[in-house]
Design a protein around this ligand. Structure first.
Ligand code: GLN
Length: 442
């Protein structure tokens, strides 16, 4: 499969052929990873998660409620892609509104893992990761609110990178939880992740949380020989499956052999990660999804009797079960009488989680951690929502704190044959160090 780096020096004619070939592969691949294709794109084709707006496309966040919605403008990341010689290739399957860890909650049906089609590709950016892993896309964009780039990348054996919150504009991203959402690349290797990240990042006045930083490139500057101090969170690793623990041990050995210094640390607030995340994320989701009222966007119920009936039936028919659960949860934690006990408390705990990470980063350049507790689960195995939420235990703190994290494949599990990925985490805005470490581990 041609890499992004190689594709960027191809002629328009060659790229048109590559685009056709990828489309044929995706249509016959049987994974349900790519749900729609663009005919006319000029440039290196990049697959986009179905929550990133492309002018004139039917962008749906894999939800029934957005069927028929046509995006009136390009997301900033799409403008940036075009300026860098790339162009949208098609829409990748995802969990409805990016709520999920398996890509099973999509209105288009589940995506399958290319390494074993009885298993999920992870989620919510499961279509993006499966397509890159299966050679149906050169590279893809996903979004990561609580692991949705890093976890499917780990389950599919590809590289997934969640930038520091504020590095990549959220303008034109279908909002899930605005203080956590971040767009990022899913690629075949670390170098391609740097190329794609360089292309999409940068300050954007249309996103009020966009960071005002220089746009210095990472690609071309990566130093795999740099010696770093890498922290390992022992109490984190102990809770992972044997396959993930083995991968972690191997990676540690490899990093030590490369001359990095390993330090052992603990995080005591990790037991609050899941509760804190599912309060903050659902509160923000309930607020963001209030806009889908059948009046302004997408699908409207048939023959509404009055305004209340229009709201009620449009939303009842349009949202799937998991999305409804989260809207209910979010409105509950925000309601008067519960706001202080849940939402406000969660915001305070969020600060404690951040302080603990900052303490580690005062002594270490990077943290090495599992991405998920196991290899990709079987389809249907995480049908219990609480079990699914628990499987996010390694990814969500990063979003609560806003840190950059990069997940990369390190091993194949001998028992299942499935890829195992690990993630490296860095200080906020220290993507350069993150890529140096990732290149050394790759
Ligand atoms: N699995 C997490 C959730 O369901 C994260 C999803 C994401 O990062 N978009 O909220």
């Amino acid at each position: 499969m041609i890499t992004l780096k190689e594709a960027l020096i191809k002629s328009p004619q060659e790229l048109a052929e590559i685009r056709q070939e990828l489309r044929r592969k995706a249509e016959s691949g049987g994974l349900n990873a790519v749900i729609a294709f663009d005919e006319a794109g000029e440039g290196v084709p990049i697959l986009l998660k179905d929550n990133i707006q492309v002018k004139g496309w039917n962008v749906t966040c894999a939800s029934k409620i957005l069927q028929g919605y046509v995006a009136p403008y390009d997301a900033t990341v799409v403008e940036n892609l075009r300026a860098a010689g790339m162009a949208p290739f098609g829409r990748a399957n995802m969990d409805e509104f990016a709520m999920g860890s398996t890509t099973e909650s999509s209105v288009y049906g589940p995506t399958l893992n290319p390494h074993d089609t009885s298993r999920v590709p992870g989620g919510s950016s499961g279509g993006s990761a499966a397509a890159v892993a299966a050679g149906e896309a050169i590279a893809a964009l996903g979004s990561d609110t609580g692991g949705s780039i890093r976890q499917p990348a780990a389950y599919c054996g590809v590289v997934g990178f969640k930038p520091t919150y504020g590095r990549v504009s959220r303008y034109g991203l279908g909002a899930y939880a605005s203080s956590l959402d971040q767009i990022g690349p899913i690629t075949q290797n670390v170098e391609d992740a740097a190329i794609l990240y360089d292309a999409i990042k940068g300050h954007d006045p249309r996103d009020s949380t966009s960071a005002e930083f220089e746009k210095e490139p990472i690609y071309g500057q990566i130093d795999p020989d740099r010696k770093l101090t890498i922290a390992v969170i022992d109490n984190y690793v102990a809770e992972a499956s044997p396959a993930v623990q083995r991968a972690h041990e191997e990676a540690l050995k490899a990093l030590e052999a490369e001359g990095h210094t390993i330090v052992h640390k603990e995080l005591s607030n990790t037991k609050y990660d899941i509760a804190t995340y599912y309060i903050v994320a659902t509160a923000e989701a309930a607020t963001n999804l209030a806009r889908y009222d059948g009046v302004r966007y997408g699908r409207r119920c048939d023959d509404p009797k009055n305004l209340e009936d229009l709201y009620f039936r449009t939303r009842s028919e349009g949202f799937g079960e998991e999305v409804k659960r989260r809207i209910l949860l979010g409105n509950f934690v925000l309601s008067s009488g519960y706001y202080d006990a849940y939402y406000l408390k969660a915001q305070k705990v969020r600060h404690l989680i951040r302080d603990e990470f900052n303490k580690i980063f005062a002594e270490a350049d990077l943290i090495l951690s599992p991405v998920a507790p196991s290899v990709a689960p079987k389809l249907g195995a995480l049908a219990d929502p609480l079990e699914m939420y628990k499987s996010d235990m390694y990814t969500i703190a990063v979003n609560l704190v806003g840190l950059p994290g990069l997940s990369l494949p390190v091993m194949k599990d001998s028992e299942t044959g499935m890829p195992v990925g690990l993630q490296l985490l860095a200080k906020a805005f220290d993507e350069k160090t993150l890529f140096d470490g990732a290149a050394s581990l790759e």
